[in-house]
Design a binder for this molecule. Structure first.
Ligand SMILES: C[S@@+](CC[C@H](N)C(=O)[O-])C[C@H]1O[C@@H](n2cnc3c(N)ncnc32)[C@H](O)[C@@H]1O
Length: 369
Protein backbone atom coordinates (compact mmCIF):
# COMPACT_ATOMS: atom_id res chain seq x y z
CA UNK A 1 0.00 0.00 0.00
CA UNK A 2 1.29 3.49 -0.83
CA UNK A 3 2.53 5.57 2.10
CA UNK A 4 -0.31 8.11 1.73
CA UNK A 5 -2.94 5.37 1.63
CA UNK A 6 -1.49 3.81 4.76
CA UNK A 7 -1.49 7.14 6.54
CA UNK A 8 -5.09 7.82 5.49
CA UNK A 9 -6.09 4.37 6.74
CA UNK A 10 -4.33 5.04 10.07
CA UNK A 11 -6.14 8.35 10.40
CA UNK A 12 -9.51 6.81 9.62
CA UNK A 13 -8.88 4.15 12.27
CA UNK A 14 -8.00 6.78 14.85
CA UNK A 15 -11.33 8.40 14.09
CA UNK A 16 -13.10 5.27 15.29
CA UNK A 17 -12.19 5.45 18.95
CA UNK A 18 -15.35 5.34 21.04
CA UNK A 19 -15.44 6.99 24.43
CA UNK A 20 -16.26 4.99 27.56
CA UNK A 21 -19.22 6.03 29.67
CA UNK A 22 -17.03 6.01 32.79
CA UNK A 23 -14.66 8.58 31.27
CA UNK A 24 -17.54 10.88 30.35
CA UNK A 25 -19.14 10.75 33.78
CA UNK A 26 -15.76 11.20 35.47
CA UNK A 27 -15.19 14.49 33.63
CA UNK A 28 -18.81 15.65 33.73
CA UNK A 29 -18.95 15.47 37.55
CA UNK A 30 -17.58 18.99 37.74
CA UNK A 31 -19.82 20.90 35.36
CA UNK A 32 -23.40 20.40 36.60
CA UNK A 33 -24.07 24.09 37.26
CA UNK A 34 -22.77 25.07 33.83
CA UNK A 35 -25.17 22.70 32.03
CA UNK A 36 -28.37 23.78 33.76
CA UNK A 37 -31.03 24.94 31.25
CA UNK A 38 -28.69 24.38 28.30
CA UNK A 39 -29.11 22.79 24.86
CA UNK A 40 -26.44 20.11 24.49
CA UNK A 41 -25.35 18.95 21.04
CA UNK A 42 -23.35 15.80 20.40
CA UNK A 43 -22.51 16.25 16.72
CA UNK A 44 -20.25 13.26 16.04
CA UNK A 45 -22.41 10.75 17.81
CA UNK A 46 -24.63 8.02 16.55
CA UNK A 47 -27.26 8.07 19.28
CA UNK A 48 -27.44 4.27 19.18
CA UNK A 49 -23.77 3.82 19.85
CA UNK A 50 -22.43 6.87 21.53
CA UNK A 51 -21.90 6.96 25.26
CA UNK A 52 -22.11 10.75 25.04
CA UNK A 53 -25.73 10.44 23.95
CA UNK A 54 -26.30 7.76 26.58
CA UNK A 55 -24.79 9.87 29.35
CA UNK A 56 -26.77 13.01 28.55
CA UNK A 57 -30.04 11.14 27.94
CA UNK A 58 -29.71 9.38 31.31
CA UNK A 59 -28.62 12.57 33.08
CA UNK A 60 -31.15 14.80 31.30
CA UNK A 61 -33.16 15.57 34.43
CA UNK A 62 -30.25 15.52 36.84
CA UNK A 63 -28.44 18.15 34.76
CA UNK A 64 -31.73 20.02 34.16
CA UNK A 65 -31.03 20.20 30.43
CA UNK A 66 -33.35 22.09 28.11
CA UNK A 67 -32.65 19.88 25.12
CA UNK A 68 -30.33 17.15 23.89
CA UNK A 69 -29.46 16.78 20.21
CA UNK A 70 -27.29 14.03 18.74
CA UNK A 71 -26.44 13.54 15.08
CA UNK A 72 -24.96 10.55 13.33
CA UNK A 73 -22.48 10.68 10.45
CA UNK A 74 -23.07 8.38 7.54
CA UNK A 75 -19.38 7.66 7.17
CA UNK A 76 -19.01 5.82 10.45
CA UNK A 77 -17.87 2.32 9.48
CA UNK A 78 -19.51 0.81 12.51
CA UNK A 79 -22.67 2.92 12.36
CA UNK A 80 -25.60 0.87 13.51
CA UNK A 81 -23.66 -2.34 13.60
CA UNK A 82 -21.98 -2.55 16.97
CA UNK A 83 -21.80 -0.93 20.36
CA UNK A 84 -25.57 -0.70 20.41
CA UNK A 85 -26.88 0.87 23.57
CA UNK A 86 -30.05 -1.14 23.26
CA UNK A 87 -29.97 -4.90 23.42
CA UNK A 88 -33.40 -5.57 21.96
CA UNK A 89 -34.45 -5.71 18.34
CA UNK A 90 -33.65 -2.69 16.16
CA UNK A 91 -35.65 0.37 17.01
CA UNK A 92 -35.83 1.63 13.51
CA UNK A 93 -34.11 0.01 10.55
CA UNK A 94 -30.83 0.20 12.33
CA UNK A 95 -29.00 -1.53 9.54
CA UNK A 96 -29.72 1.11 6.92
CA UNK A 97 -26.80 3.27 8.10
CA UNK A 98 -28.73 6.37 7.12
CA UNK A 99 -27.73 9.49 9.04
CA UNK A 100 -30.24 10.59 11.62
CA UNK A 101 -30.69 12.90 14.56
CA UNK A 102 -32.35 12.61 17.89
CA UNK A 103 -33.79 15.57 19.74
CA UNK A 104 -34.99 15.15 23.29
CA UNK A 105 -36.70 17.82 25.34
CA UNK A 106 -37.92 15.63 28.20
CA UNK A 107 -37.29 12.26 29.78
CA UNK A 108 -40.05 10.95 32.02
CA UNK A 109 -40.24 7.83 34.14
CA UNK A 110 -42.26 6.05 31.44
CA UNK A 111 -41.97 2.57 32.92
CA UNK A 112 -42.78 3.80 36.40
CA UNK A 113 -39.78 2.16 38.05
CA UNK A 114 -38.96 5.28 40.02
CA UNK A 115 -35.86 6.18 38.03
CA UNK A 116 -34.96 8.00 34.82
CA UNK A 117 -32.75 5.59 32.96
CA UNK A 118 -31.92 4.08 29.61
CA UNK A 119 -35.15 2.09 29.57
CA UNK A 120 -37.06 5.38 29.63
CA UNK A 121 -34.90 6.75 26.81
CA UNK A 122 -35.59 3.60 24.82
CA UNK A 123 -39.33 4.02 25.40
CA UNK A 124 -39.05 7.60 24.24
CA UNK A 125 -37.30 6.60 21.01
CA UNK A 126 -39.82 3.84 20.29
CA UNK A 127 -42.98 5.69 21.12
CA UNK A 128 -42.61 9.43 20.73
CA UNK A 129 -42.87 10.82 17.26
CA UNK A 130 -40.41 13.48 16.09
CA UNK A 131 -37.74 12.40 18.55
CA UNK A 132 -35.82 10.48 15.90
CA UNK A 133 -35.71 11.91 12.38
CA UNK A 134 -33.65 11.25 9.28
CA UNK A 135 -31.14 13.87 8.24
CA UNK A 136 -31.30 15.14 4.66
CA UNK A 137 -27.50 15.42 4.37
CA UNK A 138 -24.81 12.99 5.46
CA UNK A 139 -24.56 14.13 9.09
CA UNK A 140 -21.16 15.72 8.59
CA UNK A 141 -20.69 18.24 11.41
CA UNK A 142 -19.84 20.81 8.71
CA UNK A 143 -23.05 20.22 6.72
CA UNK A 144 -25.61 23.03 6.53
CA UNK A 145 -28.13 21.00 8.49
CA UNK A 146 -25.72 20.22 11.33
CA UNK A 147 -24.43 23.79 11.43
CA UNK A 148 -28.03 24.98 11.89
CA UNK A 149 -28.30 22.63 14.87
CA UNK A 150 -24.96 23.93 16.13
CA UNK A 151 -26.30 27.47 16.04
CA UNK A 152 -29.24 26.38 18.18
CA UNK A 153 -27.01 24.62 20.72
CA UNK A 154 -25.39 26.10 23.81
CA UNK A 155 -22.74 23.48 24.55
CA UNK A 156 -21.17 20.92 22.22
CA UNK A 157 -19.88 17.79 23.88
CA UNK A 158 -18.21 14.93 22.03
CA UNK A 159 -15.06 13.18 20.95
CA UNK A 160 -14.72 14.45 17.36
CA UNK A 161 -12.70 12.72 14.64
CA UNK A 162 -9.06 13.43 15.36
CA UNK A 163 -8.22 13.90 11.68
CA UNK A 164 -10.66 16.84 11.51
CA UNK A 165 -9.79 18.39 14.86
CA UNK A 166 -8.56 21.69 13.41
CA UNK A 167 -11.70 22.22 11.36
CA UNK A 168 -13.86 21.09 14.22
CA UNK A 169 -12.48 23.56 16.73
CA UNK A 170 -12.49 26.36 14.13
CA UNK A 171 -16.20 25.81 13.56
CA UNK A 172 -16.93 25.97 17.29
CA UNK A 173 -14.90 29.14 17.59
CA UNK A 174 -16.60 30.72 14.59
CA UNK A 175 -20.02 30.13 16.12
CA UNK A 176 -18.82 31.08 19.61
CA UNK A 177 -20.08 27.87 21.17
CA UNK A 178 -19.24 26.47 24.54
CA UNK A 179 -17.65 23.04 24.27
CA UNK A 180 -16.31 20.09 26.20
CA UNK A 181 -14.52 17.75 23.84
CA UNK A 182 -11.87 15.07 23.81
CA UNK A 183 -8.75 15.73 21.78
CA UNK A 184 -5.16 14.72 21.46
CA UNK A 185 -2.53 16.56 23.50
CA UNK A 186 -0.49 16.86 20.29
CA UNK A 187 -3.10 19.28 18.98
CA UNK A 188 -2.15 21.73 21.77
CA UNK A 189 0.69 22.92 19.59
CA UNK A 190 -1.46 23.43 16.50
CA UNK A 191 -1.30 27.11 15.66
CA UNK A 192 -5.06 27.65 15.98
CA UNK A 193 -5.45 25.66 19.18
CA UNK A 194 -2.46 27.25 20.84
CA UNK A 195 -3.76 30.72 20.00
CA UNK A 196 -7.03 29.85 21.76
CA UNK A 197 -5.14 28.63 24.85
CA UNK A 198 -3.07 31.79 24.90
CA UNK A 199 -6.19 33.92 24.67
CA UNK A 200 -7.89 31.87 27.41
CA UNK A 201 -10.55 30.58 25.00
CA UNK A 202 -9.57 26.96 25.46
CA UNK A 203 -8.28 25.07 28.49
CA UNK A 204 -7.77 21.50 29.63
CA UNK A 205 -10.45 19.72 31.62
CA UNK A 206 -10.31 17.97 35.00
CA UNK A 207 -9.33 14.42 34.01
CA UNK A 208 -5.64 13.74 34.60
CA UNK A 209 -3.84 15.19 31.63
CA UNK A 210 -0.84 12.91 31.64
CA UNK A 211 -2.28 9.44 31.74
CA UNK A 212 -4.34 9.17 28.55
CA UNK A 213 -7.59 7.26 28.13
CA UNK A 214 -8.88 3.90 26.95
CA UNK A 215 -11.27 3.87 23.99
CA UNK A 216 -13.57 1.19 22.63
CA UNK A 217 -12.54 0.09 19.14
CA UNK A 218 -14.49 -1.91 16.53
CA UNK A 219 -14.71 -5.65 17.16
CA UNK A 220 -12.64 -6.60 14.15
CA UNK A 221 -9.52 -4.84 15.42
CA UNK A 222 -6.74 -7.29 16.00
CA UNK A 223 -4.54 -5.02 18.07
CA UNK A 224 -5.91 -3.76 21.36
CA UNK A 225 -4.71 -3.36 24.94
CA UNK A 226 -7.46 -5.01 26.94
CA UNK A 227 -11.05 -6.23 26.94
CA UNK A 228 -13.65 -4.74 29.26
CA UNK A 229 -17.37 -5.62 29.23
CA UNK A 230 -16.79 -7.53 25.97
CA UNK A 231 -15.39 -4.42 24.32
CA UNK A 232 -11.90 -4.19 22.89
CA UNK A 233 -10.07 -1.20 24.33
CA UNK A 234 -7.11 0.73 23.01
CA UNK A 235 -5.14 3.11 25.22
CA UNK A 236 -4.28 6.51 23.78
CA UNK A 237 -1.69 8.03 26.08
CA UNK A 238 -2.10 11.48 24.53
CA UNK A 239 -5.85 12.01 25.04
CA UNK A 240 -7.32 14.75 27.13
CA UNK A 241 -10.36 16.99 27.52
CA UNK A 242 -10.52 20.47 26.06
CA UNK A 243 -13.12 23.03 27.04
CA UNK A 244 -13.94 26.69 27.30
CA UNK A 245 -16.18 26.09 30.30
CA UNK A 246 -14.94 27.12 33.72
CA UNK A 247 -12.40 24.74 35.23
CA UNK A 248 -11.38 25.42 38.81
CA UNK A 249 -7.71 24.45 38.53
CA UNK A 250 -7.15 27.13 35.90
CA UNK A 251 -8.18 29.74 38.44
CA UNK A 252 -5.68 28.53 41.00
CA UNK A 253 -2.06 29.62 41.20
CA UNK A 254 0.70 27.10 40.65
CA UNK A 255 2.49 26.93 43.98
CA UNK A 256 6.12 27.95 43.48
CA UNK A 257 8.94 27.41 45.91
CA UNK A 258 12.21 27.22 43.94
CA UNK A 259 14.69 30.11 43.69
CA UNK A 260 16.50 31.10 40.52
CA UNK A 261 20.13 30.14 40.03
CA UNK A 262 22.06 30.45 36.74
CA UNK A 263 23.31 26.87 37.08
CA UNK A 264 19.86 25.31 37.39
CA UNK A 265 18.11 27.59 34.90
CA UNK A 266 20.34 28.13 31.86
CA UNK A 267 19.57 30.96 29.48
CA UNK A 268 18.60 30.15 25.91
CA UNK A 269 21.19 31.13 23.37
CA UNK A 270 18.65 32.36 20.83
CA UNK A 271 15.99 34.00 23.01
CA UNK A 272 16.07 36.08 26.17
CA UNK A 273 14.55 33.56 28.57
CA UNK A 274 15.59 30.85 30.98
CA UNK A 275 14.89 27.16 30.57
CA UNK A 276 12.70 25.42 33.16
CA UNK A 277 12.45 21.63 32.94
CA UNK A 278 9.41 21.09 35.17
CA UNK A 279 6.38 23.31 35.75
CA UNK A 280 6.77 22.86 39.50
CA UNK A 281 10.35 24.18 39.19
CA UNK A 282 9.31 27.62 37.91
CA UNK A 283 11.40 29.96 40.08
CA UNK A 284 9.49 32.17 42.44
CA UNK A 285 11.90 35.08 42.02
CA UNK A 286 12.38 35.30 38.25
CA UNK A 287 10.64 38.21 36.54
CA UNK A 288 11.68 37.59 32.94
CA UNK A 289 10.57 35.14 30.30
CA UNK A 290 10.83 31.38 30.87
CA UNK A 291 10.53 28.34 28.64
CA UNK A 292 8.40 25.63 30.27
CA UNK A 293 7.23 22.19 29.09
CA UNK A 294 4.00 21.98 27.10
CA UNK A 295 2.30 20.32 30.09
CA UNK A 296 2.19 23.85 31.54
CA UNK A 297 -1.12 24.40 29.73
CA UNK A 298 -2.77 21.99 32.16
CA UNK A 299 -1.87 24.34 35.03
CA UNK A 300 -2.19 27.65 33.19
CA UNK A 301 -3.93 30.34 35.21
CA UNK A 302 -4.09 33.47 33.03
CA UNK A 303 -4.16 35.62 36.16
CA UNK A 304 -0.79 34.22 37.25
CA UNK A 305 1.06 33.91 33.94
CA UNK A 306 1.01 35.35 30.47
CA UNK A 307 1.84 33.09 27.53
CA UNK A 308 4.27 34.72 25.10
CA UNK A 309 4.21 31.95 22.53
CA UNK A 310 5.48 28.58 21.49
CA UNK A 311 9.27 28.18 21.25
CA UNK A 312 9.24 25.74 18.35
CA UNK A 313 9.88 26.10 14.61
CA UNK A 314 7.77 28.69 12.79
CA UNK A 315 5.87 29.65 15.95
CA UNK A 316 9.25 30.34 17.56
CA UNK A 317 10.40 32.47 14.63
CA UNK A 318 7.16 34.49 14.85
CA UNK A 319 7.90 35.51 18.43
CA UNK A 320 11.56 36.30 17.79
CA UNK A 321 13.40 33.05 18.54
CA UNK A 322 16.54 33.46 16.45
CA UNK A 323 17.68 30.85 13.92
CA UNK A 324 20.88 28.88 14.56
CA UNK A 325 23.97 31.06 14.32
CA UNK A 326 26.55 30.10 11.72
CA UNK A 327 29.04 28.66 14.19
CA UNK A 328 26.37 26.36 15.58
CA UNK A 329 25.30 25.09 12.19
CA UNK A 330 28.00 22.44 12.39
CA UNK A 331 26.02 20.91 15.24
CA UNK A 332 22.91 20.93 13.18
CA UNK A 333 23.25 17.34 12.06
CA UNK A 334 23.12 16.10 15.61
CA UNK A 335 20.45 18.61 16.49
CA UNK A 336 18.26 17.66 13.58
CA UNK A 337 18.24 14.07 14.74
CA UNK A 338 16.13 15.36 17.54
CA UNK A 339 13.91 17.20 15.13
CA UNK A 340 15.25 20.67 15.92
CA UNK A 341 14.83 23.35 13.29
CA UNK A 342 15.22 27.13 13.17
CA UNK A 343 12.76 28.65 15.59
CA UNK A 344 13.38 25.99 18.27
CA UNK A 345 14.90 27.25 21.48
CA UNK A 346 18.39 26.03 22.28
CA UNK A 347 21.05 26.46 24.94
CA UNK A 348 24.82 26.20 24.91
CA UNK A 349 25.80 23.92 27.76
CA UNK A 350 29.55 23.23 28.06
CA UNK A 351 29.87 24.53 24.51
CA UNK A 352 27.40 21.95 23.21
CA UNK A 353 24.18 22.91 21.44
CA UNK A 354 21.42 21.59 23.71
CA UNK A 355 17.83 21.53 22.54
CA UNK A 356 15.08 20.98 25.12
CA UNK A 357 11.75 19.33 24.32
CA UNK A 358 9.04 21.68 23.05
CA UNK A 359 8.76 24.72 25.26
CA UNK A 360 6.11 27.36 25.87
CA UNK A 361 7.47 30.79 26.65
CA UNK A 362 5.72 32.43 29.57
CA UNK A 363 6.10 35.37 31.91
CA UNK A 364 4.72 35.94 35.35
CA UNK A 365 2.04 38.56 35.66
CA UNK A 366 2.72 41.25 38.22
CA UNK A 367 6.38 40.42 38.92
CA UNK A 368 7.87 38.04 41.48
CA UNK A 369 5.84 36.79 44.42
C1 LIG B 1 -13.39 9.43 17.65
S1 LIG B 1 -14.95 8.83 17.10
C2 LIG B 1 -15.92 9.19 18.50
C3 LIG B 1 -17.35 8.74 18.43
C4 LIG B 1 -18.18 9.24 19.60
N1 LIG B 1 -18.24 10.67 19.62
C5 LIG B 1 -17.59 8.74 20.89
O1 LIG B 1 -16.94 9.53 21.58
O2 LIG B 1 -17.74 7.57 21.21
C6 LIG B 1 -15.37 10.10 15.95
C7 LIG B 1 -16.70 9.87 15.29
O3 LIG B 1 -16.94 10.94 14.36
C8 LIG B 1 -17.47 10.38 13.16
N2 LIG B 1 -17.12 11.29 12.09
C9 LIG B 1 -16.09 11.21 11.21
N3 LIG B 1 -16.11 12.24 10.36
C10 LIG B 1 -17.19 12.99 10.70
C11 LIG B 1 -17.75 14.17 10.18
N4 LIG B 1 -17.19 14.78 9.13
N5 LIG B 1 -18.86 14.67 10.77
C12 LIG B 1 -19.41 14.07 11.83
N6 LIG B 1 -18.92 12.93 12.37
C13 LIG B 1 -17.81 12.40 11.81
C14 LIG B 1 -16.79 9.05 13.06
O4 LIG B 1 -17.55 8.17 12.25
C15 LIG B 1 -16.78 8.60 14.50
O5 LIG B 1 -17.95 7.94 14.86
Amino acid sequence: MAKETLQAAKKARQDEFYTRLSDISKEMRYYKEQFKGKIVFCNCDDPYESNFFKYFAMSFNHLELKKLIATCYIGSPIANTQLSLFDDEPIEEKTTKSPHKIEITEVDDYNGDGAFDLADVEYLLRNKKNVLTRLKDDGDFRSKECVELLKEADIVVTNPPFSLFREYIALLEKHEKDFLIIGNTNSLTYKETFKMIKEDKLRTGYTNFNVGMYFVVPDDWEKYHKIEDNNKLVRVSTSCWFTNLEVQKHKENVVLYKRYSPEEYPHYYNYDAINVDKVSDIPIDWDGAMGVPVTFVDKFNPKQFKIIGLGISNSGIEIGVKPYTMEHKKYRKEVQKRGAVDGDLYMMIDDVVTVPYARILIKRIGGTQ
